[in-house]
Design a protein around this ligand. Structure first.
Ligand SMILES: Nc1nc2c(c(=O)[nH]1)N[C@@H](CNc1ccc(C(=O)N[C@@H](CCC(=O)N[C@@H](CCC(=O)N[C@@H](CCC(=O)O)C(=O)O)C(=O)O)C(=O)O)cc1)CN2
Ligand code: MET
Ligand SMILES: [Zn+2]
Length: 772
């Protein structure tokens, strides 16, 4: 019999119960015991959902209070010295301090009180962020948390047999960083393995039959030494032998040249992602040893589309013909962490689009259906199959999905449309003259604090409790007051503050045709923070201007330059649920055209500086380097399509944050934005090196203070960073701005910080004016 499996369920809860509970705990409103109760209830609900949906291999230890990589660091005692850990079981205060900095579980933020949090970075090519484990020189791994065992037993006590999930030892090390850049984290493998062996032994003793060990790094480009580390790790672990059966889970891509390593590991089953990389199936089947079972990831764990169940069944049938049913497991491509919880909550959604969607709960039902079809024959599920087939057909044929006018316009995109009228040096001369900006112009990245008042007003408006006119009046007041504040501070290029936006991507998704916004489509972004990606279901069309009203109003409030604020096509694509029936590049080009129209409308309304944010351009990089060039080519073209339609006089800005720029610096140059603002303050301007080596010719605003911290930067610290930047940049190249938008900060922090920033720019001007 084929086995219905799941690799992980979203932990935030259908109503974001986890977010609410954790934030209440941080602010001291509930106790640790109350927090644990909420978590226990969430786990129970999730396990029961899966049991009722007929999943045989139900994951446990997929729950996390903050992040599963942090949980793994806690599990093996990888706790940096600065957290002053006692060496016993990791307590909640230490755990949250590692996540958020400071000491203790109360409301502390990175680098405010005492110690800095672990660094946070993107989980592969997703919009989920994990905490980067730190391996210090004298680190002694030890079992420091019993979470996998406790949660396994917790489920067992409810009468539910689960398959505990662990992040594998090799991926764990590869995702972390060592105390010195040239120390290979894999040199710690031998010290780490005994702790894993201990966990496995304890799970076996507790009665677990299966465990799932995730090794997503097996889909990356690996060196021979890294491949060998997998061999060593799993040989060692099985020597420490227990009766446990291990399913080794890979996801997010193709095993390619790591396949021979993966199939040679002494495990019971191998999980492969057949949504992202269906083409690997033949090779896997050809190399699969007889003793290995295969877990087929056929239901998309990264997206919200209903599965083409008939097609999935056909695919599984071809595998069953070769392996028989007993060696087959059926599941999602990866953990369902990246999908929202339950579509049945979405009562208000457009019914045509809604019938094409599946959230995590519905995906469980799909896995169950495919498994029943395999075990009992298609006939046994004929009615259900017909229902799915009908939905597939409706999506394929829908006129809302396929729009001739959009396809025609895309076909008409020319090389010329991707090019500004004049090359940058000529534009710079014109813009200097037109815009009359001072040396070292000051600006901000776009958003000002999203206060409780703003969130409440928007919630009331969406619920229908606040009339549209009143809501607009409220937003105009926010804009006017943000502008007064910026004038008082003395900034040179102002912004309207983005008060009308819930999120920089969702906001555009709400307005473009071909997108729908959901009410309950929340997914975890990091810790307690969630995002609600809009769904791109069809060809994208801008029906009317999206931001012009607000920006023009903002410009009417001031004599100073007002910077229009847009999100770029690649970032909109990257942070949405994207249609899976055409290449991402095609969808991105359609968005590029929509943003191009918006840019031109802003320009026509008198806006002379326009910023097009692309923070997600690097995260979109394919996991395999061989695929980078193709991606960068279309990504850059889409940005240029969006931005290049303007006159030379109009200054185009872009913005990127939390990125390493070194390996994509040429592509950044190719964007040909007149000005780019980047996050650099935490790296002490080191990120600028890439720009210098590449001799980046356009203007740059390297962030001069960290917006993730509530700390107010001193004038001196900002001057120091700017002088540092001037060691490598031409004075005329340098802009002065924070690292990123200010929406997560409070006004009490923002105002003095920006005042200091402006003061630093003035000091600098006084020193440098005579020299340029
Ligand atoms: N899409 C996206 N991805 C991104 C980023 C980003 O900005 N956007 N930045 C990076 C990640 N950083 C992030 C930073 C902050 C948040 C964040 O603060 N999220 C908010 C939700 C933001 C939002 O959409 N807010 C909505 C809805 C807010 C809400 O929860 N409203 C209440 C009701 C309002 C009230 O009465 O207070 C509710 O629904 O219950 C709004 O403002 O309208 C949260 O988790 O709380 C998320 C990601 C990378 N990926
Ligand atoms: C994650 S990048 C954010 C850019 C946006 N304009 C803001 O200021 O919030
Ligand atoms: Zn940013």
């Amino acid at each position: 019999m084929a086995i219905a499996t799941n690799l992980g369920f979203p932990r935030i809860g259908a109503q974001r119960e986890l977010k609410r509970a954790v934030e209440k705990f941080w602010s001291g409103k509930i106790s640790e015991a109350e927090l644990h109760n909420v978590c226990r209830e969430l786990r129970e609900t999730n396990w029961k959902r899966q049991q009722q949906a007929g999943i045989a291999h139900i994951p446990s230890n997929d729950f996390s209070l903050y992040d599963q990589v942090l949980d793994t660091a806690a599990l093996v005692g990888a706790i940096p010295r600065r957290f002053d850990w006692s060496g016993d079981e990791v307590d909640l205060a230490t755990y949250f301090a590692m996540a958020r900095g400071g000491k203790g579980g109360q409301s502390v933020t990175a680098s405010t009180e005492g110690v800095a949090a672990l660094e946070m970075t993107k989980w592969f090519d997703t919009n989920y962020h994990y905490l980067v484990p730190e391996f210090e020189g004298d680190l002694q791994f030890q079992l420091a948390s019993r979470k996998p065992i406790t949660e396994y037993l917790e489920a067992k006590a409810l009468g539910i047999e689960t398959r505990p999930v662990l992040l594998g030892p090799v991926s764990f090390l590869l995702l972390g960083k060592t105390w010195e850049a040239d120390i290979d984290p894999l040199s710690l493998l031998d010290a780490l393995l005994p702790v894993y062996a201990e966990v496995l032994a304890e799970l076996a003793a507790a009665g677990a039959e299966w465990v799932q060990i995730d090794e997503p790094c097996l889909v990356l480009d690996l060196t021979e030494a890294q491949q060998a580390a997998f061999q060593r790790a799993y040989d060692r672990l099985s020597i420490n032998g227990s009766q446990l059966k291990v399913v080794l889970a890979t996801y997010f891509g193709d095993l390619k040249e790591n396949l021979s390593t993966a199939v040679s590991l002494p495990v019971e089953a191998l999980h492969i992602d057949l949504v992202r990389a269906p083409e690997q199936l033949e090779d896997v089947l050809a190399q699969l040893p007889e003793e290995l079972s295969l877990s087929l990831g056929v239901v998309d764990g990264r997206n919200i589309w209903k599965n083409d169940v008939s097609r999935s069944i056909s695919l599984v049938e071809t595998v069953v013909e070769r392996l028989g049913t007993d060696r087959v497991l059926i599941g999602p491509s990866c953990s369902l962490l990246h999908t929202p919880v339950d579509l049945s909550l979405e009562s208000g959604l457009d019914p045509e689009v809604r019938q094409w969607l599946a959230y995590a709960q519905q995906k469980l039902e799909e896995i169950n259906l495919i498994t029943r079809a395999i075990n009992g024959g298609r006939k046994s599920v004929a009615a259900e199959l017909a229902w799915y087939d009908e939905k597939m057909e409706s999506r394929r044929k829908s006129e809302r999905v396929h729009r001739a006018e959009v396809k025609e316009r895309c076909a008409g995109v020319t090389e010329e449309m991707l090019r500004r009228q004049s090359p940058y040096p000529a534009r710079q001369t014109i813009q200097t003259h037109e815009l009359q900006l001072p040396l070292f112009p000051t600006t901000t990245i776009g958003s000002f604090p999203q206060t409780d008042d703003i969130r409440k007003a928007r919630a009331a408006f969406k619920k229908g409790e606040l009339q549209e006119a009143a809501y607009e009046e409220f937003l105009k007041n926010c804009i006017a007051s943000d502008i007064r504040c910026q004038e008082e501070i003395g900034l040179d290029v102002l912004v309207h503050g983005e008060a009308e936006r819930n999120d920089m991507v969702e906001y555009f998704g709400e307005q473009l045709e071909g997108f729908i916004a959901t009410k309950h489509g929340w997914v975890q972004s990091y810790g307690s923070r969630c995002v609600k990606p809009p769904v791109i279901f069809g060809d994208v069309l801008r029906k009317e201007p999206m931001t012009v009203k607000w920006t023009a109003y903002a410009q009417s409030c001031t004599e100073k330059l007002m910077k229009g604020m847009l999100t770029g096509p690649v970032t909109i694509l990257q942070w949405s649920f994207v249609r899976d029936d055409q290449p991402r590049s095609v969808t991105c080009q359609q968005i590029g055209l929509a943003i191009r129209d918006e840019v031109l409308d802003l320009e026509a309304s008198g806006i002379r500086v326009i910023q097009i944010d692309e923070p997600a351009i690097r995260e979109g990089l394919p996991l395999r380097q061989a695929d980078w060039d193709a991606y960068l080519q279309w990504a850059v073209d889409c940005f240029r399509l969006a931005s290049a339609g303007v006159e030379d006089e109009t200054q185009i800005h872009t913005h990127m944050c939390y990125s390493e720029f070194n390996d994509i610096i040429e592509a950044i140059g190719a964007l040909d934005a007149d000005v780019i603002s980047i996050e650099t303050s935490r790296s002490n301007m080191e990120l600028l090196d890439a720009f210098v080596q590449y001799q980046y010719p356009n203007e740059i605003g390297p962030g001069v203070y960290d917006i993730h911290s509530p700390r107010v930067p001193t004038v001196k610290s900002i001057e120091y960073l700017l002088e540092k930047a001037l060691e490598v940049l031409q004075p005329r190249q340098l802009w002065v701005n924070p690292d990123c938008g200010l929406k997560t900060r409070k006004w009490e922090e923002v105002k003095p910080s920006l005042e200091n920033m402006v003061a630093a720019a003035q000091q600098l001007r006084a020193r440098w004016l005579s020299r340029v």
